[in-house]
Write a protein that binds this ligand. Structure first.
Ligand SMILES: Cc1cc2nc3c(=O)[nH]c(=O)nc-3n(C[C@H](O)[C@H](O)[C@H](O)COP(=O)(O)OP(=O)(O)OC[C@H]3O[C@@H](n4cnc5c(N)ncnc54)[C@H](O)[C@@H]3O)c2cc1C
Length: 305
């Protein structure tokens, strides 16, 4: 690539990255956003987003991602479709090595997001959005009156099961151990909810489908059990995408880049935004907000204040 030095390079084109890109170009910064897939990040995995303001009928994630990228491009943001392979954050300028060459920049905004941990069983990826989901708060409404299962035993699985029990006819809670890891505060409500049924010491062995999910096969009991289902929510944790930054930036115990509401990291000119950073609520609206905040501090850094 060239020896051009950008004011800011954004790694990741989800809502955090696209918003950072929009704010950066509007602030007059020479900006490049690098995304390995199409824009939108995790949003592209859902067909119906109902809790991002401005869309009274909801919006599908792919469309929203595309709109976000176009909004940044309208003001002149460059977009590079490439995978970032390594970064040198302490050098001046900072170096970003992609599978399409090297890029130099005075500041870097890290927006690589987080992936929901997957079960890793056959058919799972193909059934995402077709009965398999990872976010009950986002997609639960699609299963009103239906039969669903939640896999997991922690707080988010417990919260998901309770949330879904208010919408769905029946909710199975499948956990591979004999008791939940979730905080005690969840146990009684779960036990007292009539339409929640536990499947302890069970694991999902197989996903059944006819193009969309129709059920699961469970192992762990004396005999295998087939549960007919309309939906399966996998709630076994998230994995932040931070391997590129290991050894350069501190990570929290659960692997997130440590940054507060300013999005600043311990390295000057390096910012962490969206789901990749330590925070309480990981949603589109909070990711987008981070993007705007990061650019404020990037401008401050570039101005030497
Ligand atoms: C199925 C599903 C449904 C959801 N529904 C909702 C909802 O209805 N409402 C809501 O508010 N939230 C929802 N969420 C959560 C929301 O999508 C996330 O909180 C949000 O996308 C986080 O944005 P982000 O930009 O921080 O990261 P991400 O969206 O994860 O984007 C990160 C981007 O970085 C890119 N990237 C990573 N590594 C590299 C690399 N090395 N090189 C180049 N690019 C890279 C990825 O390809 C990705 O596009 C949902 C999530 C899922 C999975």
């Amino acid at each position: 690539m060239t020896s051009k030095i950008y004011d800011t390079v954004i790694i990741g084109g989800g809502p955090a990255g696209c918003t950072a890109a929009l704010y950066a170009v509007r602030a007059g910064l020479d900006t490049l956003m690098i995304e390995k897939f199409s824009a939108g990040g995790q949003m592209t995995q859902t067909r119906q987003i109902d809790n991002y303001p401005g869309f009274p009928e909801g919006v599908d994630g792919f469309t929203l991602g595309d709109l976000m990228q176009k909004g940044a491009e309208r003001f002149g943001c460059g977009v590079l479709r490439a995978e970032v392979l390594s970064v040198g954050l302490r050098t001046d300028p900072k170096r970003i090595v992609t599978d399409s060459g090297e890029v130099l920049s005075r500041t870097v905004i890290l927006a690589t997001g987080a992936d929901h941990r997957h079960l890793g069983i056959a058919g799972e990826e193909a059934l995402i959005g077709r009965g398999v989901g990872y976010c009950a708060a986002c997609d639960g409404m699609l299963y009103r009156g239906k039969v669903v299962a939640v896999v997991g035993g922690g707080n988010s699985a417990a919260a998901d099961a309770l949330l879904l029990s208010k919408l769905c006819r029946k909710v199975y809670l499948i956990h591979r151990r004999d008791s939940l890891r979730a905080a005690r505060v969840y146990h009684e409500p779960l036990r007292n909810t009539e339409n929640i049924e536990f499947r302890f010491n069970r694991q999902v062995k197989e996903l059944l489908s006819d193009g969309k999910l129709t059920g699961v096969v469970l192992t762990g009991g004396e005999e295998e059990e087939t549960l007919p289902l309309d939906g399966l929510f996998i709630s076994i944790g998230r994995s932040p995408v931070t391997s590129l930054f290991r050894g350069q930036l501190p990570l929290s115990e659960d692997g997130y880049l440590i940054a507060d509401e300013t999005t600043r990291t311990p390295i000057g000119g390096v910012f962490a935004v969206g789901d990749v950073r330590t925070k309480t609520v990981r949603q589109i609206v909070t990711a987008a907000a981070d993007g705007a905040v990061a650019v404020h501090y990037a401008e401050e850094y570039l101005a030497g204040t």
